[in-house]
Design a protein around this ligand. Sequence first.
Ligand code: PMT
Length: 208
Amino acid sequence: MKVLITAGPTVEAIDPVRFLTNRSSGKMGYALAAAAVKRGHSVLLISGPSALELPEGVDFLPIESAAEMYQAVESQITKHDIAIFAAAVADYTPTTVADQKIKKTGNEMTISLTRTKDILGSAREVMGFEGTLIGFAAETENVIENARGKCLRKNCDLVIANDVSRNDIGFDSSENEVTLVYPDREEALPQDRKDHLAYHLIELIEEL
Ligand code: PMT
């Protein structure tokens, strides 16, 4: 099958030398891409900046900002059977990007932010994707409840929920502990290495 995977952080420029980003390393998304190739799928990885080596056999589209990720996904998603959104996409981006480095002035400064487009939330109705749609939910509280809300609102077949308040799993860790949240039920998986977990997740997603 043809699998599109988003991974890593997005980077939102403030001025030529500064940006807003998050702690995503890309490990979860890259592990899913490697596992999907191992399972014989054709994989397109759309990723924000990551220090990781690209898994062998993966087609790669590098992006920086949430807007670039939106465009990349929009142009590719309907060519795929499965789409898995593991990227940590900025929900807000600076409203304007300064042409020159912003100089120090008073003791405080305010940066105005504007909502980015929800890529996962646009996959079905805006982009017309009819394949298997898998989201992630990075939560610090009410993990299952929030993930189910995302699953239903964004018309996903499955949302993979992780608790990102923990240091030993989630962002930038080699392990993760996730709960599979379907529209009508959930299943908790034990903590495991991201590469092992990714292989198991790809097997489960194939069945969907
Ligand atoms: O990269 P690692 O260091 O390995 O960390 C892995 C991870 C914690 C980043 C990963 O497991 C994870 O949880 N990814 C989703 C992070 C996230 O942004 O979650 P969210 O709950 O804010 O977003 C929900 C879903 O909507 C996600 O599938 C996200 O990709 C998607 N989204 C969010 C905002 C946006 N503008 N567009 C989107 O498509």
